[in-house]
Design a protein around this ligand. Sequence first.
Ligand code: CA
Length: 422
Amino acid sequence: MQANNLTLTSWVEVPEDSDFPIQNLPFGIFRTKSNPAPRVCTAIGDYAADLAVMNYLSLFDELEIGNEVFNNRYLNDLMALGKAKTNALRNRIASLLDAKNDEAKDLAWHFLHPMEKVEMLLPVKAGDYTDFYSSMEHATNVGAMFRDPAHALLPNWKHMPIGYHGRASSIVVSGTPIRRPLGQTLPDGADRPVFGPSRLLDFELEMAFVIGTPTSLGEQVTTAQAEDHIFGLMLFNDWSARDIQKWEYVPLGPFLGKNFASTISPWVVTLEALEPFRIGGPEQDPLPLPYLQYEGKKRFDVNLEVQIQPGGGEPFTVCRSNFKNMYWNMAQQLAHHTVGGCNLNTGDLCASGTISGSTPGSYGSMLELAWKGTKPLKLPDGTERKFILDGDTVIMKGWGKANGVRIGFGEATGKVLPALEY
Ligand code: CA
């Protein structure tokens, strides 16, 4: 793929540590003060490039994509065009931004906007959202904390990608404040619940993939076909109220402890841009049922990081993990999701589940990092954290680096506001 050519450079200046070199070219939805209509853009260095204007300028004429696809509140119509078209678009953008091609250079003032002057909006309209539970380290930690450490994984865990149907309506874009939820909790030792703000508010470090090409009702997608349906990935913070979750989850699973908010990063990084980071494994023992077996490299080596920034303070890194810390890969998740005939629509999101590594500094939630509140984290300002406090901002970042080229996801951030009065 031309856009992935590691020797390409752009006539747009790209700082060395940028998430957005010419090899990335993610898609997003943005608007500006002077033009508040939402439209499709890509990122290059510290700039957002307005693809609606580039299409008006006839720069994509050979692709024959209607203006309405780019003058759009969401990426769904673009994603639904299919990979042949969207990959051709990404390659065309790469060619127009290539340092060796000055065809679009004189027009740049029409379509390039400094990133700090644009507002990034929720990029996809998700009709449905599914949350998996696919990091063995996370599932083992949670099982050890709440059940028997010797039998931390439940008997089904190594036989299928465990998941549940989440809530799509409360998915918000990075930067949206998060209100501490109210709900029922059962205080330790009490025999009846109380109502009030969650006291154990947590983040979950996850990646989400978005469906581009839909599947039809009754259609089973194989592990070999699955990636044809995955348009791209985002950072995903699956905010969780642990105390609400603990009281409500038996027997049907999480509900209000999970449905008040999830934060996604604004840039959808295409699966194609992540090609340099493919890796194989891990070995799966026992061997999964045939419909979950796969060939090739299906995991991705993407560094992940979580910071907590106290109100008025500096960001402090509390977790360094990696997207490769997944037992079940996206192709297996999608094959499992559809094996009973469930259809997936363009824009649907599937999140990985909390991505924890094997060392304490790589755990992807406060529940694990502070081990159920027994090992509080010390922040540089002298305060301690067992869970997330009002005024804290949680910042997630992700990037892969290969052969000197860094492909990043930007950030997924959310500041926690005090609960409403009740
Ligand atoms: Ca989750």
